[in-house]
Structures are given as structure tokens and as C-alpha cells.
Design a protein around this ligand. Structure first.
Ligand code: GAL
Length: 454
């Protein structure tokens, strides 16, 4: 069977949620902005660099920013670079990958900001689709629209309409999605659960706490947590999954359009669950980094479960680890918490022709089918070659086609970066002080400062 991506009705459901969360102002009204330009109207705005550079002419550098430095991520990016280098052997790739900092790509985002403000952008950079792309870069008028490239490459036909929508502002896409990642996965070690006689992973948070109590008696941390650094975003990731499990998708979306208040009792309940989970986490979670936790997870005395996105599959595969399986995060069956990594074209990219050539590969079938099976994500294109994807990824493709989509907070889809930074600080405070009321006040204030729902 070929790909089972969202059918049109399901797309619209996701579109509604994305529009409803104000992921993108331009995708709410459905007239012109969401309609891909007809091919004959889609003349490129500038003549330069619309055609792929001739191989013998392409030379110089190509500087690419990302925060991909871990196992799986590095190999996946390299697979794309190999395709690029085979096509353009005279171009030197400067892989400016920078890990660390607050949340995802904190250090990279800070350096990017400095370079963009100083008029010295890299040629292209990793950016999450949704509010992160639009609020941080497009509204600031620092990106080139890519409608002409989408038209030339036929991407309006192979990327789901709603993926194009969240890449777009005022009707034009501004980046090229390389994947779809899923946030609401719980990775677990069957051998660790078996130590307390458990054969099926818990499906709800209530079930989780029953299993967690038994694990605690056996001296096994139930949940892997890595909250080093006062705002790294690990608990922020777990909380987005708790929020949607406690309040359901409609109320969850309401957190971003103002219809669900951050001081609502459903948020209190979610924070209480988060706080309780910490009692069953690896004890050193405040000094464990996002990178370290994967080593802990695979160690003999590692935690039994970890709620994390499916890049974890890429990381665990790269370690050659086999003792793990997956299920949806507790209480999120039937939901697909979505995020997408993409690359865009900054205005005044120093090696613009090379950047455009790179984007063509990022969006191509070959590029996506080389990148995603290693990264642990599914292609953003609907025509990926399923035989290249393993059991987990084929399941993820099926689920993306049938489940209800909800946008990730922690990974740039649902909220702007400024809110995310404050949200992560609130969660870090909870992790350190176990004061639910204070953490909730911090989230309420963060939503106010960020004008969520305005
Ligand atoms: C996400 C990103 C993934 C992966 C992950 C690791 O934000 O979308 O591709 O890099 O961070 O922290």
C-alpha cells in the first residue's frame, strides 16, 4: 500500500487546529493565501538562481546552521550533504552545527540572531515550521519567499496542503520542510518493565503511577528526565504531552488562541502530574542534560520509560541499542503531536545559488528518503518510499494519516519563541522547587507577556 497521509478531510481538521492556534495568520482565512499559485502564474520574482546551478559553475561555500550534533541527527544531515556533494563537488559545505543552550537549538538560535541582525546570515538554517519560522524570521522580513521554488519543484503537489500552510505567510511559503517529527511518543524498555512483571506499557497517567510505584520499590527510575540548565525544555516537552492528555485536543489548542486560560484548573492538574512524575524520575535529573539522558536510558541501570520525540529513535538506532519499544505518550492515543524541521533562504544569503541548490535537495524525494530513515522522522512529502522506512516509521506514517494532529509547544509549531523561553523557565522552576502554584503563575505571566491569543 502506498503512503497513507492525511486525507483531505483530515488535513482540514489539522488546518483548522493550526489556524485556530494562530500558528499562522495567513492560513486562517482560506481564500488566496492557502491556494497554491497556478503553475503558469508562478513566475519567479527574480530571474537569478531559479534554475539549478550548472555543476561545473557551482563553486564556493555553503554554510548551513543547525543544532544537529547528536547520534542519528549527524548521520541524517550527512546523508543529505553527500547527495549535495555528489551533485556539486566543487562546493565546500560549512556544517555550522551548534548544540546546547536553552530549549532546542538555544545557542544556534542566539548566534543566528546575531548574524541575521548584523546582516551576515548563513546560507540556510534549520528552523521549525510554524510560529518559530514566522514570528522569529518572516515577520521580521529577513527571509525570501519560496513560492517560485515550490512551483518549479512541484512541491505544491507533494507536500500536504497544511504543511505548506504552516510554512506560509501571506500566501507564500518561506521554508522547505524536510520531515515530520512526532512529539507524543513514550519509549520504554521491555526488560526494565519485566523486572516488575509488567508486559504492557501504561496507557494513562493513572496506570503510569501504579507501575512507577512498583519500579520505585525495585530501585528503577520509571521516567527519564533531563532538566539541567534551568530551562532546557525537557520538562516542557513532557508537559505538552500531559496538557493534551488532561484537557483533550480542543482545549489544548485553546491555550494558544486565548480560549483556554493558562490559569485554568486543567493546567493545574497537568502541572501536578508533571510534579508527581519527578518523584519517579532518575534522581539526578537536575544535573542531567538532554544529551546525557540517552546514555542513561541505554545503560544497564537506566530508567524504564521516556516521553520524547521520535528523534530518540534515531539516537537509539545510532547507538545500536535494541532493548526498546514505543507507544503513544500516556493519554494521547489517537493524537499526533506534530513538529517539522525545515530550511529557509535568508535575504542576502552570501552563496545564494548554492543555498537554492541545497533547498532543492532538502525538498526532493531522494533527499528526504536519505535523511528521514536515519533521523527517526517521516518525510514531509507524501511520496516517500516506504520500503526505506522501518517498522516504527511505517507506523508513524500510518498514524499521521489517521490520527488527529496537534501542534507542539516545545518545538516551535504552536507558539512563538519568546513564550517558549518563559514556559521552559517555568517548568525548570517546577523541577527545582516543586511549587505547582508558582509554576502556573509563571506560565500565566508568560502567556500574557507573549500576547498569546492576541
Ligand atoms: C527538535 C528538532 C529535532 C531534534 C530535537 C532534538 O526540536 O525538531 O529534529 O533536533 O529537537 O532535541
Amino acid at each position: 500500500m502506498s503512503h497513507r497521509y492525511l486525507n483531505r478531510r483530515e488535513f482540514l481538521k489539522v488546518a483548522a487546529l493550526l489556524g485556530g492556534t494562530a500558528i499562522l495568520a495567513a492560513c486562517a482565512p482560506k481564500a488566496a493565501p492557502t491556494t497554491p499559485p497556478k503553475k503558469e502564474e508562478a513566475a519567479p520574482p527574480v530571474a537569478k538562481a531559479t534554475a539549478p546551478p550548472k555543476v561545473e559553475e557551482a563553486a564556493g561555500e555553503l554554510e548551513i546552521f543547525s543544532w544537529w550534533t547528536s547520534g542519528g541527527e549527524v548521520e541524517a544531515l550527512n546523508a543529505v550533504y553527500e547527495i549535495f556533494s555528489a551533485a556539486y563537488p566543487k562546493v565546500t559545505i560549512e556544517n555550522a552545527a551548534l548544540a546546547g543552550g536553552q530549549g532546542q537549538g538555544g545557542n544556534m538560535k542566539a548566534l543566528l540572531e546575531t548574524r541575521m541582525m548584523g546582516g551576515e546570515p548563513p546560507d540556510s538554517f534549520q528552523v521549525h515550521l510554524g510560529r518559530e519560522l514566522i514570528d522569529s524570521h518572516v515577520i521580521a522580513d529577513r527571509m525570501e519567499p519560496l513560492d517560485w521554488l515550490y512551483a518549479e519543484e512541484g512541491w505544491y503537489d507533494v507536500f500536504p496542503e497544511d504543511v505548506v500552510d504552516i510554512a506560509s505567510y501571506e500566501g507564500k511559503p518561506y521554508s522547505v520542510p524536510v520531515n515530520i517529527h512526532r512529539s507524543n511518543v513514550m519509549w520504554y524498555r521491555p526488560s526494565r518493565l519485566a523486572e516488575v512483571g509488567v508486559t504492557e506499557p501504561p496507557a494513562t497517567w493513572d496506570d503510569f503511577f501504579v507501575v512507577a510505584a512498583d519500579l520505585k520499590v525495585a530501585g528503577i527510575p520509571a521516567m527519564a528526565i533531563a532538566e539541567q540548565g534551568g530551562g532546557g525544555g525537557f520538562c516542557g516537552h513532557v508537559l505538552e504531552n500531559i496538557l493534551v492528555s488532561v484537557m483533550g485536543p480542543a482545549k489544548y489548542r485553546g491555550l494558544f488562541d486565548g480560549s483556554t486560560a493558562w490559569d485554568d484548573e486543567v493546567v493545574t492538574k497537568s502541572l501536578e502530574i508533571m510534579d508527581r512524575i519527578l518523584d519517579y524520575a532518575n534522581r539526578d535529573y537536575l544535573s542531567t542534560s538532554w544529551g546525557d539522558i540517552n546514555d542513561r536510558f541505554v545503560s544497564d541501570d537506566g530508567p524504564a520509560m521516556m516521553v520524547m520525540g521520535d528523534w530518540t529513535h534515531g539516537v537509539l538506532m545510532s547507538k545500536g541499542f535494541k532493548d526498546y519499544h514505543w507507544t503513544t505518550a500516556p493519554g494521547t492515543a489517537g493524537l499526533f503531536m506534530v513538529l517539522s524541521d525545515s530550511f529557509g533562504l535568508p535575504k542576502n544569503a552570501p552563496h545564494r545559488n548554492n543555498a537554492v541548490a541545497f533547498l532543492r535537495i532538502i525538498g526532493s524525494k531522494d533527499g528526504q528518503d536519505a535523511f528521514n530513515p536515519i533521523k527517526g522522522s517521516i518525510p514531509a512529502r507524501t511520496d516517500g518510499d516506504r520500503s526505506k522506512y522501518d517498522e516504527y516509521l511505517n507506523e508513524a506514517m500510518d498514524d499521521f494519516g489517521t490520527d488527529e494532529g496537534v501542534p507542539s509547544i516545545q518545538h516551535g509549531a504552536a507558539v512563538k519563541q519568546s513564550f517558549l523561553v518563559d514556559y521552559d523557565i517555568g517548568l525548570a522552576d517546577l523541577a527545582a522547587n516543586h511549587d505547582v502554584a508558582k509554576a502556573q503563575r509563571m506560565l500565566v505571566e508568560a502567556a500574557k507577556v507573549a500576547d498569546l491569543g492576541e
